[in-house]
Design a protein around this ligand. Structure first.
Ligand code: DC
Length: 223
């Protein structure tokens, strides 16, 4: 049986690390839609496009080709033939993706790609509007959240480990700014689907969060 799990929530809530682990344990495919939005932003930055000008961004979309491939079970994102999986993780790309993902044209461009991957295999797809817009009929819908300070702490640790020079205060400010942009945009704002289950991970360890998601899946799909 093919089933789909929609995992939405704000940046830094731990969606991708949790989704990766859940995908591994359940033997399903992990689809990181944020990586797709980040790739579009990276393309604009690389080509010196003014990301605040929607018409200019839109005019570039036909030149963009995004593919998801899997190497040793990990998702790689290929932008116009180049593996950009690492490059899309900088804070500059995060902020730019928050701007360009608010454009209707950008969202429409990625919608089919996202729906198509879920048609052919069981997936856990993470993002902001998976349960509300992309897969409204997902079998399991989870909204993952955590206090913004907790999220900033996790993101700061992640970036520091990668050697990015950034302070905790800057990370917290970025997270709060992105939350605001993601929640207040007109197109597909970040909001919990009515039929989603809220999972607050502020006081959960990683393993506890993974278990909570798997328990939810098993209760809906059957283990
Ligand atoms: O989850 P992330 O931090 O990798 O997402 C990067 C940006 O893309 C974030 O600002 C929100 C946006 N995004 C979106 O609008 N819709 C999605 N389904 C996934 C991400």
């Amino acid at each position: 049986m093919i089933y789909s799990v929609a995992l939405d929530g704000p940046g830094g809530a731990g969606k991708s690390t949790i989704a990766k682990q859940v995908a591994k344990q359940k033997g399903i495919v992990y689809v990181d839609t944020g990586a797709m939005y980040r790739s579009i932003a990276l393309y604009m930055l690389k080509h010196n496009i003014d990301i605040h000008n929607e018409a200019e961004v839109k005019s570039q979309l036909p030149n963009i080709n995004i593919q998801l491939t899997y190497k040793d079970g990990t998702q790689c994102i290929i932008l116009c033939g180049e593996d950009v999986s690492k490059e899309i993780r900088t804070s500059k790309v995060s902020m730019s993706a928050s701007v360009t993902s608010a454009y209707k044209s950008v969202r429409a461009f990625l919608l089919d790609t996202q729906r198509n991957v879920a048609k052919i295999q069981s997936v856990i797809m993470d993002g902001r509007d998976i349960g509300t817009v992309v897969l409204p009929n997902a079998d399991v819908k989870i909204f993952l959240s955590a206090d913004s300070k907790v999220r900033a702490k996790r993101r700061y640790k992640e970036l520091a480990e990668k050697g990015e020079e950034i302070t905790f205060e800057e990370v917290l400010e970025d997270i709060q700014k992105r939350d605001y942009q993601d929640v207040h945009r007109r197109q597909s704002p970040l909001k919990m689907a009515e039929d989603a289950v809220l999972l607050d991970t502020s006081s959960l360890t990683f393993d506890e969060s993974v278990k909570a998601v798997i328990d939810l899946i098993d209760s809906k799909i059957g283990g």
